[in-house]
Design a protein around this ligand. Structure first.
Ligand SMILES: Cc1ncc(COP(=O)(O)O)c(C=O)c1O
Length: 318
């Protein structure tokens, strides 16, 4: 295959059939094989291009700003480089080092906030800074993944369609919930095109997206400390909350058993799949989405000292 644009490296049609992972046929949709190495390239590209088409983003005038714990920033950095727009990514001490370095390598700028918000995280601090910067600079445009319907529209028009195109009779679809863009886009599409599919949202314990109080979480990707406005619980059939130590165990087990080096949120989703009690009456396939691979988590999920210090877990015992 010869491509002219690196963003056309398209991993989307690739599903890994994980035999023996659960009793039923199980397919993991691998979203980490594109040039930005995560599902967020789709979000970034769709949101950027929609706002460019609508005239909200104008060449040689607009500067792009985003708040991201990693993957959206990488996606946007690649797109801004490709299309010739300046990018500012607001990050925090938990943003992975790879993302911070890649944004700068691609020609963007990072601004790091260090003050914790009322819930103990950094999200509100990042958003406050962006709001202040937007007031001061009319040429800044915020690719706002928390509140913009174009986040889930991205997945409505891509991820969801790709699943139904490849796999018929999906009985259960497991999707991790971060900003809930992937979840809501797929849930809204399936509601119309495959209403019999059960949509299972996977969240981290300590996240407030669907309910509950914020608690300290260490693995980025899933979970929020402020519920995103785009989430709509009525599209979700069930929610599973996963503890971070279970995410770690699953990441290691999948690496050992399948040779698959997954990111933290994929470990969380896979744990939910393996523990969910399926209805015996439903025929069909189980599908889950893997947002990225393990590269960005070498210093955390795959670092024995880090795991020991955060969870009192010995990786040798797993
Ligand atoms: C690694 C990873 N997993 C899962 C998600 C969640 O996706 P969404 O924001 O569409 O809910 C993200 C979002 O940034 C992510 O980076």
């Amino acid at each position: 295959m010869i491509i002219k644009n690196l963003m056309d490296i398209n991993s989307s049609p690739i599903f890994y059939k994980m035999d023996g992972f659960v009793h039923d046929p199980f397919f993991l949709k691998l979203e980490g094989l594109n040039i930005a190495k995560s599902v967020k390239l789709k979000t970034a590209r769709y949101m950027f291009e929609t706002h460019e088409k609508n005239g909200n983003i104008i060449k040689d005038k607009t500067r792009i700003i985003c708040s991201s714990s990693g993957n959206l920033a990488i996606g946007l950095a690649i797109i801004c480089k490709d299309k010739g727009y300046p990018l500012i990514s607001v990050v925090d001490p938990n943003t992975n080092t790879l993302a911070k370095k890649l944004v700068v390598l691609y020609g963007g700028e990072t601004i790091e906030v260090t003050e914790r918000d009322n819930s103990g995280g950094f999200l509100q601090t990042r958003i406050n800074l962006i709001n202040q910067m937007l007031l001061e600079d009319k040429n800044l445009f915020w690719i706002n993944q928390y509140d913009d319907v174009e986040n889930y529209n991205a997945h409505y028009h891509t991820t969801a369609k790709e699943i139904l195109h490849e796999i018929q009779n999906v009985s259960y679809l497991f999707i991790g919930a971060g900003t809930t863009g992937t979840l809501m886009g797929c849930a809204k599409y399936f509601k119309i095109h495959s209403p019999e599919t059960k949509i299972i949202a996977v969240d981290s314990v300590g996240s407030v997206t669907f309910s509950g109080k914020a608690a300290r979480r260490y693995i980025p990707g899933l979970g929020t400390s402020i519920a995103p406005s785009i989430v709509d619980r009525s599209y979700v059939d069930d929610i599973i909350w996963v503890e971070e130590p279970d995410t770690i165990r699953t990441c290691y087990n999948v690496l050992k058993k399948y040779g698959l080096f997954v990111g933290g949120s994929t470990g969380t989703v896979l744990h939910a799949v393996s523990t969910y009690k399926y209805s015996k009456n439903i025929k069909g396939n189980i599908v889950a989405i893997s947002p990225d691979f393990g590269d960005a988590y070498l210093d955390t999920v795959y670092n024995p000292e880090w795991v020991k210090s955060k969870y009192e877990l010995n990786l040798g015992d797993l």
